[in-house]
Design a protein around this ligand. Structure first.
Ligand code: ATP
Ligand code: MG
Length: 408
């Protein structure tokens, strides 16, 4: 059964609670979708980051959700998105495990599956993505392929290739590959070299792009965006399970983020962008830097970015301590003013505590939380909340069926 899509509206808390018993807003004195009940007081706990921002409780809507395996991180997000969608807010989910399809179906759409050789394509040079973001994306694609930073000549050649292929028509990675293999004489001269020498010196870049056009990763990013990639459903799910262990996962996530940003530069209705299993987006400095940029734009564009990880240290472990990637990952955590901690292992506690500045009492609590319970840090306030799931929502959150099916 599909849940009805109701346009956004504003109600008082009293009206909202009466009309929709599932939504209440006494916590922080604001209406918003219900999360659950505060353990200590039994009061309803609701979160609307846009209201929290407007009221000065937070200065950044960035959100990190961390907790051990199977404790209910994804379940929390699925109900959060469903309840926001019923109130008219839209969301985009990066789903590396292929488990949000039921949520998309609830709101009448199907998950968009990106896989090598598939039918669905997302073009990193799509005209809806701004020119600067297109160049940054293509540079990230190439750096990911090369597993190193571009040197200045390579960067300039990639930049030129993007501009040339996007002039007068929709550029594609296939056209960038051709432009890198056969640079225009003018471009080569401007860079102080000849076309043949430039092609030779940037051959590795061309081959990195080729991997996505003709190699084993072809068939996802190499032609214009297909019409099935649309953002108008209440919940848009990108199913990336085919890429779970692929080097291309980070770059596909970056492309989706750029495309989402390009389509909705300023969305006054508020939009939610979720990356489940978020380790992938900071796998390399190229994708980490790309995401850092998009994180910084979030406030201006009215987007709540949500990263889901097992441990706060997952983000730190993305690079050697002190490296550029590790610094970016730490920045993403420290700029997230909403932190939701499900149970943490004792071994992870020192890092979590240090990164988030937990008090003794908070540190004690986060090692003992049962499934579905979390410590919510919102700005400088904290709440221990039991997530409430309705009967209708259970079908959305069940990820245990395989375990139950195998029970003797
Ligand atoms: N609040 C809750 N009430 C009842 N059941 C829950 C609740 N939260 C989670 N569950 C159940 O727990 C199981 C695991 O939840 P979920 O998949 O959300 O965990 P997770 O933390 O995302 O795990 P992973 O780290 O493997 O991604 C699911 O089958 C779900 O139905
Ligand atoms: Mg999960």
């Amino acid at each position: 059964m599909s849940a009805p899509h109701v346009p956004a509206r504003t109600l008082t808390t009293a009206h909202l609670s009466a009309a929709h018993p599932f939504f209440a807003g006494r916590t922080l004195d604001r209406a918003g979708p219900l999360i659950g009940r505060e353990i200590t007081t039994g009061r309803a706990f609701a979160v609307d980051p846009w209201r929290l921002y407007a009221d000065g409780h937070i200065t950044n809507p960035g959100t990190v959700i961390a907790g051990q395996v199977g404790l209910g991180k994804s379940a929390l997000v699925k109900t959060y998105l469903a309840r926001h969608a019923i109130l008219g807010r839209r969301s985009v989910v990066i789903d590396p495990k292929g488990e949000y399809g039921a949520l998309a179906a609830w709101f009448g759409s199907a998950a968009i599956c990106l896989r090598p050789g598939g039918q669905t394509r997302l073009n990193p040079l799509d005209p809806t993505i701004g020119a600067d973001a297109r160049v940054a994306l293509v540079a990230a694609v190439v750096e990911l392929g090369l597993e190193r930073r571009l040197d200045p000549l390579e960067r300039a050649a990639c930049e030129r290739a993007c501009v040339v292929v996007s002039t007068g028509s929709t550029g594609t990675l296939t056209a960038v590959y051709d432009a890198l293999r056969r640079p225009a004489p003018d471009d080569a001269h401007r860079l102080g070299t000849t076309p043949d020498r430039l092609a030779e010196e940037t051959r590795a870049c061309a081959l990195a792009v080729r991997r996505l056009c003709e190699g084993e990763l072809a068939g996802m990013l190499d032609t214009p965006t297909t019409p099935d990639v649309r953002l108008d459903a209440p919940v848009v799910v990108f199913d990336l399970q085919a890429l779970r262990n692929s080097a291309a996962l980070g770059i596909v996530i970056a492309c989706i983020a750029a495309w989402h940003e390009g389509r909705h530069p300023r969305d006054h209705a508020g939009r939610i962008f979720v990356v489940d299993e978020a380790w992938a987006l900071i796998a390399t400095s190229a994708t980490a830097e790309f995401f850092q940029r998009s994180w910084k734009l979030a406030r201006a564009s009215g987007v709540q970015n949500i990263l889901i990880v097992h441990r706060v240290s997952d983000l730190r472990a993305a690079g050697d301590a002190g490296s550029r990637v590790a610094q970016i990952a730490e920045g993403l955590v420290s700029e997230s003013e909403i932190c939701v901690l499900l149970r943490q292992a004792h071994a992870d506690l020192p890092t979590t505590r240090e990164r988030l500045g937990l008090t003794d009492a908070e540190s004690e609590i986060v090692t003992r939380l049962p499934r579905g319970c979390a410590l919510w840090r919102i700005g400088d306030r904290s709440f221990v909340v039991a997530h409430v799931v309705s009967d209708a929502e259970r079908a959305l959150i069940d990820t245990d069926h395989a375990m139950r099916a195998a029970r003797p």
